[in-house]
Design a protein around this ligand. Structure first.
Ligand code: ADP
Ligand code: MG
Length: 257
């Protein structure tokens, strides 16, 4: 289980302010989506939580320690926007890449191969484990990236618009899959997305950010029951929550959403 806490965290690139002072607490096991206009600083926020960037001011803590040190302890799994698979490794080898790297000196589990095998099975890729990445569709590649992140068994999962490049139908399937996988594991999850429906369908809570520099303009509880099948999109409460997110986006950015 893992918590995320930001205390007055800021980040600029030169004179370019990407993240306004941010205060945020994500309790253990919560699924949070971040939605906001393009270029506002969402990836910057995620990279700060991942410990891949350090804040200029303030701090970002994961499990009470600086994100950078949580990352070194393999407490954080990340699914990037493009799957970034190594073209010379098979699907199975890509899936266990980080788990393999995890072995020396961390004192954590060393059964990454077995774990990634059962995960590949769970996401429906057991049959293609020996293929090379270029032989897979985009959605399949993204599922391998998801397995690669989950196989390190980290209690915090970060996803940066992981389904953005996928077609609508594949995307719906991925949403369903992610929902089921993280529900079963009760890991803490932060998803950056630009899909309102995806954010509402998956999350316990949706954070709406302003145009750059990113500020949180709305923090909306999604109190829909789980599990949430795809048909939940037709539900009146679901539609109402989507409208609330859309209104917050409009308020925060001045852009029609
Ligand atoms: P988003 O993910 O919301 O689209 P980003 O966090 O990627 O936005 O970027 C926010 C702003 O910070 C953008 O204006 C972007 O150009 C700038 N930025 C992000 N990363 C860097 C970097 N490594 N160097 C310089 N500028 C950056
Ligand atoms: Mg981004």
């Amino acid at each position: 289980m893992s918590t995320v806490e930001a205390r007055r965290a800021t980040r600029s690139f030169g004179s370019h302010e990407a993240l306004a002072p941010l205060d945020l607490v994500i309790p253990s096991g919560q699924f949070v989506s971040v939605i906001g206009p393009s270029g506002c600083g969402k990836s910057t926020l995620l990279r700060l939580i991942a410990g891949l960037l350090v804040p200029d001011d303030g701090e970002i803590l994961v499990d009470g320690r600086p994100a950078e040190s949580a990352r070194r302890l393999k407490r954080i799994g990340m699914v990037p926007q493009s799957p970034g698979l190594l073209p010379w490794r098979t699907v199975a080898e890509n899936a266990r890449l980080l788990a393999d790297l995890n072995r020396p000196g961390t004192g954590r589990r060393t059964d990454g191969a077995a774990d990634s095998e059962s995960l590949l099975d769970e996401v429906g890729l057991a049959d293609v484990a020996d293929l090379m990445p270029h032989e897979l569709s985009g959605g399949m590649q993204q599922r391998v990236a998801l397995v690669r992140a989950l196989a390190i068994d980290a209690p915090l999962l970060l996803m940066d618009e992981p389904f953005a490049a996928l077609d609508e139908i594949t995307r719906a399937g991925m949403r369903d899959l992610v929902g089921r996988l993280v529900e079963r594991r009760s890991i803490t999850t932060v998803l950056v997305t630009h899909s309102i429906a995806e954010a509402v369908a998956l999350s316990d809570r949706v954070l709406v950010t302003s145009a750059r520099p990113a500020r949180i303009v709305a923090d909306i509880d999604i109190d829909l029951p789980r599990p949430r099948p795809l048909e939940i999109e037709d539900d009146g409460q679901f539609v109402g929550l989507c409208a609330a997110v859309r209104r917050a986006l409009r308020r925060g950015t001045g852009v029609p959403a």
